[in-house]
Design a binder for this molecule. Structure first.
Ligand code: ARG
Ligand code: ZN
Length: 888
């Protein structure tokens, strides 16, 4: 079937811009149907560039006027296509005056200037500025901006843009104005404006230097009771960046604005961060512990971009991970440091690794696999991926592991010393890290250029006579699209050795004098052997401590060794990992047993190992909860040559209910021990207790008797915070017995009650949709009928994600229904979203990434659905790129 050939852009084709921009002055006359934008740009020729024309990008805007150096530009002097405006023979010094008109109310893409609940917002990253005016909209063009906003006083009492408010006043005709000036040069993707009916919580905050700054969190009326946590998170972020990296807020004013219509999490526009409400609004009634943690990390993330992203930005979009990987690393460290203790930090680390494995490993193994620094793309918005963000953060973390705390800081300091105010590349960052530490990090470059998840195979042997322990590490990396052969990576592998008593032994490598209990080995060859000396007795290796590299580790552990590690490893990550390995082994066997209709059983070693962890009062509740949580259905599927979602679900539920039977008393005890009465506190300690308690509850309802179901029901009714309330509701809806229609009346009642209670809270109604979409009882028909509700809307990305994405991505057993109805639903939704919002549509397209992993019958149906989408008229390049790559 004929689909338009997508245009691919290559990293190797980068050329510097033909013109630099010095200043940009913009005037906006805000009207929803027709916003008039007047822009004056001063430019000068870049004599070092091979690009001789003056190239401006522009899309979906009406060009009203174009003047160059004070004269109307003759039609023959320039060409306009759908995507650009090119002026040839421009003089070396140019002042352009451009007038454009925008229909913001018709803009459903949430990129460029758009309207949400009657208010104006912008989203310019990656290429949204070109939907506002014609401009050299590329990140290496940095300029000073002055922005004048004019609008109706009643409809738009608040007028915000980047930087400082330098003037405001009345225009007499019911309209008013505000003039903003950003003191820092910035690329156009960091431009922002907000106009509308908003209110704010504000505070004067004193920096360490003594300078006072104004902090504001802007929300719609009625939400001021939900801004405190975002404000606290912002203050914590400011303090943390001063303490840990010596980086100070460079503005006198810092604003956060929340909108319920947003494609992603949030955006770091200079001085005017715009957020999805999901990452701002919270109080104990409506937000869960997970929501609180999400807000803290996203507020931190956007704030940290002010230095890593804004002060030093990307030369081109292939370098996206330069700012995103680094900033994710920074927000992860921020959240870890904020907990304030080692276990808390380890819990955060494990949660982050789980995200990486759940989302990034599959991406790296699928048709959209790409290096952290991609070589090409069709649509850049498709590359805001878990690879660029999360794997990118792992790459930054490896510098940290290799260079140490102080060495990493030296590298950061040199990076800013060299590049403040510049648009640079991943190579520049690597050079700063290497040069500041006198290290050769040449081979480390492969982490940026090679896609795919490396595998390390470890072998060990103990020589009782020589008292040596030899560890052999071999690395490989599967081929990915366009990369058949991979060269060895430079991999930090943190190792410990544990004796029969569970103690770390002192490690000494042959030929080295330093002694420690954890050694960071540097694996650089395809295979390397390392010899530890003075090893008195046989030991169990604890490999890849703290997940020191984003790889898959294979080691032939015995069950007894894993139980030993789970009981004793001083490294919390490897300790948790041992439990996951025990579980995964059993789950995979059980899936086969389900497929062959054999009897299912679970062994005592495993049950007792989990019992021991569950009851270990020396362990943080949060950590115990992580151990008790089985690998997800998605992770199990990734481990299988041919995934079988239905059998996976049955096997995993069998383990859950069997554990519930054997550990009933222990689970009840854990439930009782971890109640958190009194005022709700979202801190890590209380959240950890709630997590364990609610994990116990979810197991207990698998016991399938009236008493445990009542426990959940009572918790639902009496809950004083959303964490406990939704956990109870989820336990009731997601337990295995829900499939036998037991308690179905109660379930209907609580769902209806929940809806009524939170009718006016959009983010809670999102949860209501998600709970149903991910229930074992959900089916396509039910999802379709939920889509018919007035409360549902495809136009709102959060709502679309809460129902459709949740069903397609988080309910594999139902999505992969044998009749293909899930795939048909997927295709319908992608096609519908494609018309409204290509970015969101393309995200949903990704649900089919792993289609070749399913049984032949499913594959045929999935392929047909992909082909149906690919054959759709007027397909956006966003969706086209994803489905084309899936079908390639
Ligand atoms: N830079 C933003 C962040 O990571 C993400 C915005 C990307 N938006 C987009 N439409 N591609 O915080
Ligand atoms: Zn970011």
């Amino acid at each position: 079937m004929p689909v338009a050939a997508p245009v691919t852009i290559y990293r190797k084709d980068y050329i510097a811009p033909g013109f630099w921009v010095d200043t940009v002055e913009m005037g906006f006359d805000l009207h929803p149907q027709r916003t008039h934008v007047a822009t004056r740009i001063t430019m000068r020729r870049n004599h070092d560039s091979a690009e001789k024309d003056l190239v401006l990008f522009g899309e979906y805007i009406k060009l009203l006027q174009l003047r160059m150096n004070g004269m109307n530009l003759k039609k023959s002097a320039y060409t306009v296509t759908k995507e650009r405006l090119v002026i040839s023979n421009a003089p070396d010094q140019v002042t352009l005056e451009i007038e454009t008109a925008i229909a913001a109310d018709k803009n459903t893409t949430m990129s460029g200037l758009y309207v949400s609940n009657g208010n104006f917002f912008t989203q310019c990253e990656a290429e949204g500025f070109r939907k506002i005016t014609y401009f050299p909209d590329r990140p290496d063009v940095m300029a000073s901006y002055t922005v004048m906003l004019r609008g109706d006083k009643k409809l738009y009492p608040v007028l915000l843009s980047n930087g400082n408010l330098i003037e405001q006043g009345d225009l007499g005709d019911g309209r008013h104005y505000a003039k903003w000036e950003d003191p820092f040069k910035k690329p156009s993707y960091l431009f922002a404006l907000v106009a509308g009916k908003l209110v704010c919580q504000e505070e004067k905050y004193k920096l360490k230097s003594g300078r006072k700054v104004l902090l504001q969190v802007w929300v719609e009326e009625g939400n001021l009771d939900k801004t405190q946590h975002a404000m606290d998170s912002l203050k914590n972020s400011i303090r943390w960046d001063e303490d840990r990296f010596g980086l100070e807020l460079d503005l006198d004013r810092f604003m956060i604005v929340a909108t319920s219509d947003f494609n992603m999490g949030a955006m770091e526009n200079k001085g005017l961060n715009i957020f999805n409400t999901k990452y701002v609004l919270a109080n104990s009634r409506v937000a869960t512990d997970t929501d609180y943690a999400g807000i803290e990390s996203v507020v931190g993330h956007e704030y940290f971009h002010n230095w890593t992203g804004n002060r030093v930005t990307c030369r081109d979009w292939f370098q996206l991970s330069l700012k995103e990987g680094l900033t994710v690393f920074r927000d992860q460290e921020f959240s870890g440091d904020l907990v304030g203790n080692e276990t808390g930090r380890a819990v955060k680390r494990i949660e982050d690794v789980r995200v990486l494995r759940q989302l990034q490993f599959p991406e790296d193994a699928g048709p959209m696999a790409h290096p952290v620094r991609p070589d090409s793309f069709v649509e850049i918005n498709n590359f805001y991926t878990v690879t660029v963000y999360e794997k990118g953060s792992e790459v930054v973390r490896m510098y940290y592991t290799l260079l140490g705390h102080d060495g990493f800081r030296k590298g950061m300091d040199l990076y800013f010393e060299r590049h403040d105010g510049q648009a640079v590349t991943c190579d520049d960052f690597r050079a700063a890290m290497a040069d500041a530490n006198g290290r050769d990090l040449k081979q480390f470059e492969r982490w940026y250029s090679q896609a795919g998840t490396p595998r390390i195979k470890a072998d060990a042997s103990y020589d009782a006579n020589a008292k040596t322990y030899t560890l052999t590490l071999s690395q490989s990396c599967p081929k990915t699209a366009g990369q058949a052969k991979k060269l060895p990576f430079h991999i930090p592998v943190a190792v410990g050795l544990i004796d029969a008593n569970g103690q770390d032994i002192a490690l000494q490598l042959q030929g080295e004098s330093t002694i420690s209990t954890t050694k960071v080995l540097e694996l650089k060859e395809a295979s390397q052997s390392l010899v530890f000396t003075n090893v008195a007795n046989e030991v169990t290796p604890s490999i890849l401590r703290n997940f020191s590299a984003p790889v898959i580790l294979e080691f032939d552990y015995s069950d007894e060794q894993l139980a030993h590690l789970l009981a004793h490893d001083s490294d919390p990550f490897c300790r948790w990992e041992a439990g996951q390995r025990l579980a995964m082994r059993r789950l995979l066997k059980l899936v086969t047993a389900v497929q062959q209709a054999e009897a299912l059983s679970l062994d005592d070693l495993f049950i007792n190992a989990l019992r021991k962890t569950l009851n270990d009062q020396d362990l943080d509740p949060a950590f115990r909860e992580l151990v008790l949580t089985l690998p997800s259905e998605v992770m199990i599927a990734e481990e299988m040559a041919t995934a079988d979602p239905h059998s996976i679900h049955i096997a995993r539920q069998f383990v859950r209910s069997t554990l519930a039977q054997h550990l009933k008393a222990d689970l009840l005890q854990a439930y009782q021990d971890n109640l958190t009465p009194g005022k709700y506190n979202p801190d890590a300690k209380s959240a950890g207790k709630r997590a364990l308690k609610n994990c116990a509850l979810a197991y207990l309802v698998e016991w399938q008797d009236a008493a445990t179901y009542d426990l959940a029901h009572t918790q639902y009714q009496e809950a004083e915070n959303m964490t406990d309330r939704i956990a109870a509701l989820s336990a009731m809806l997601h337990c295995s017995s829900a499939l036998d229609k037991a308690h179905s009346k109660t379930r209907k009642q609580v769902l209806a009650h929940f809806y009524q209670e939170f009718d006016s809270e959009a983010l809670v109604i999102d949860k209501w949709f998600t709970l149903q979409a991910t229930a074992p009882t959900a089916d396509v028909e039910q999802v379709r009928s939920l889509m018919q509700l007035k409360a549902f809307s495809m136009n709102n990305p959060n709502r679309a994600r809460s129902l459709i994405f949740a069903f397609c991505n988080a309910n594999p057993a139902r999505f992969h229904a044998a009749d293909g109805s899930g795939y048909a639903l997927w295709a319908d939704c992608v096609i519908a979203l494609n018309k409204l919002n290509p970015q969101v549509a393309a995200r949903l397209s990704r649900s089919m990434d792993r289609w070749t992993k399913y049984p032949k019958a499913n594959q045929a149906l999935m392929k047909a659905a992909l082909q149906k989408v690919a054959a759709t008229k007027n397909l956006s390049k966003d969706v086209l790129e994803v489905v084309t790559k899936a079908l390639a």
